[in-house]
Design a protein around this ligand. Structure first.
Ligand SMILES: N[C@@H](CCOP(=O)(O)O)C(=O)O
Length: 460
């Protein structure tokens, strides 16, 4: 199993190569050369042990180049982050045809833990093979950074740099990143928004100066390894629901999670339609629904981790929807990067909509849905989950729907308290964050400043 780039890069890369590159050298995103066909029954496999399902999937996607031991360790760690306190698939049925998949039982109380806990040991194994050191640069609107810091803090061969938009992640998310004392972690606060941070990361990945000092990659969902860690839970949830091809409604920022669901369906899993639910930062939904892909300044919302206006994984969807046209994909994203305003062809629009649909949820609807979920089902949900459930309730036509619940409500206490009239219960993992020293290195919104900060840290 080899990987190729969405913009034409065709030198075969193994999984280990794609993991340690992050982005393809021409700026494209890695995808499998062809999607594998499992020789095992995906539905039956996922009804059983989540660790075993993950092991099989990782092997199917060529992760076994890193050895069976690394695959087993990675699968065991993602399983620990996935299962609920009772050791079960965290799928909760709230209506006849509506389930909530609670993906926040990992150490930082967000769905990012599953993939991050999985790729940390895989990264160690890949580095053990090459004997090299690695700097990971990562952009976050809150949850990715916290999960990455947790997974990589103290790692011997990895230095981790996390860029977050200053003042634009929740206080809990910030504390999860900035109170971890580890010499191999640098938290950078950028005077900008998430899209600025993500642009910096992509730029840094191509910096020759940094490459001279060792490998450089990212643990954002631009990295195929990150995305792969999010495929198993679609299969496990579909199996646990007992429904035939349930639709998944995914709260969406960088579009990695929704694309992972798409992959689950592509390889023949019991995964039905994928619907992306976005907040007011809805460039993705506008692109899919109107054909206009326009870059806007991100606005601040309650579902802060979804404040993304240039979702990286839209590129993978465009690549697949255009019958894997690297030329067409490159054209769309070169144009978007240069002008911030692209009109997608009618054929491409149709093809995109055949793969994924999308809708926008307002702040008011988000607050109302938090209240509704509590009053109707006794569930206290976070604003991101509320965006998904609001979209799911609008789509509910009697078809089975699984809405993804991506974070614990206590990570966003202010908005949830306002919506409910009382504060969500605070788990011990969050209580423990208070009273520690925070370390943040602030920079202006400037790529040169980002390069200087990473160089000083990576070379130090
Ligand atoms: N929602 C994210 C933004 C980065 O997304 P990723 O899936 O590409 O890591 C966050 O919480 O940081």
């Amino acid at each position: 199993m080899n990987y190729i780039g969405t913009r034409g890069f065709r030198e075969p890369r193994t999984f280990a190569g794609a993991l340690l590159d992050g982005l393809a050298p021409d700026g494209g995103l890695y995808v499998p050369e062809t999607y594998p066909t499992p020789s095992f029954d995906l539905t039956a496999a996922s009804a059983g042990d989540y660790g075993l399902l993950t092991e099989k999937l990782l092997t199917l996607f060529g992760v076994d180049v890193l050895g069976a031991e690394a695959v087993q360790k990675a699968a065991a760690r993602t399983k620990a982050a996935f299962l609920n306190d009772a050791g079960k698939t965290p799928l909760v049925q709230v209506e006849d045809n509506l389930w909530i998949l609670e993906l926040w039982h990992g150490p930082t109380l967000a769905f990012k833990d599953m993939a991050m806990q999985m790729i940390a040991p895989l990264t160690d194994a890949a580095l053990a093979q090459t004997g090299e050191k690695l700097t990971l640069v990562t952009a976050t609107s809150g949850d990715t950074g916290a999960a990455a810091v947790r997974a990589f803090a103290g790692s011997e061969h990895v230095k981790l740099v996390v860029f977050h938009p200053l003042g634009r992640v929740s206080p809990v998310q910030r504390l999860q990143m900035t109170t971890v004392e580890a010499d191999n972690v640098l938290n950078i606060g950028v005077e900008g928004d998430f899209d600025d941070c993500q642009r910096m990361v992509k730029r840094l990945l191509g910096e020759e100066e940094l490459k001279q000092n060792g490998l450089i990659s990212s643990v954002n969902s631009i990295n195929w390894g990150r995305l792969l860690g999010q495929v198993p839970y679609y299969l496990a949830a579909a199996a646990a629901s007992g429904a035939e091809k349930p639709e998944f409604v995914v709260p969406t920022g960088n579009f990695g999670d929704a694309f992972a669901g798409w992959v689950g369906r592509k390889i023949g899993g019991n995964v039905g339609h994928i619907h992306a639910a976005v907040n007011r930062n809805d460039a993705l939904a506008q692109a899919i629904n109107t054909g206009h892909y326009v870059r806007h300044q991100a606005v601040e919302t309650a579902s802060v981790s979804m404040d993304v206006q240039a979702p990286s994984n839209f590129e993978r969807l465009v690549f697949e929807a255009s019958n894997r046209s690297a030329e067409g994909t490159k054209g769309v994203f070169d144009n978007f990067n240069a002008t911030g305003n692209v009109h997608l062809s009618g054929d491409l629009q149709d093809a995109l909509r055949a793969q994924v649909t999308a809708s926008t949820i307002s702040e008011e609807e988000t607050a109302q849905t938090i209240k509704y979920a509590h009053d109707k089902w006794g569930k206290v949900i976070c604003p991101h989950t509320a965006v998904a459930i609001a979209a799911a309730l609008k789509r509910n036509d009697g078809q089975p729907i699984i809405a993804l619940s991506t974070a614990h409500a206590a990570k966003f206490p202010d908005f949830v308290t306002k919506a409910l009239g009382f504060a969500p219960e605070v788990p011990e993992a969050i209580q423990k964050l208070h009273g520690h020293k925070e370390t943040i290195h602030s920079i202006r919104n400037d790529e040169f400043a980002a390069l200087e900060a990473v160089k000083a840290f990576a070379h130090g």
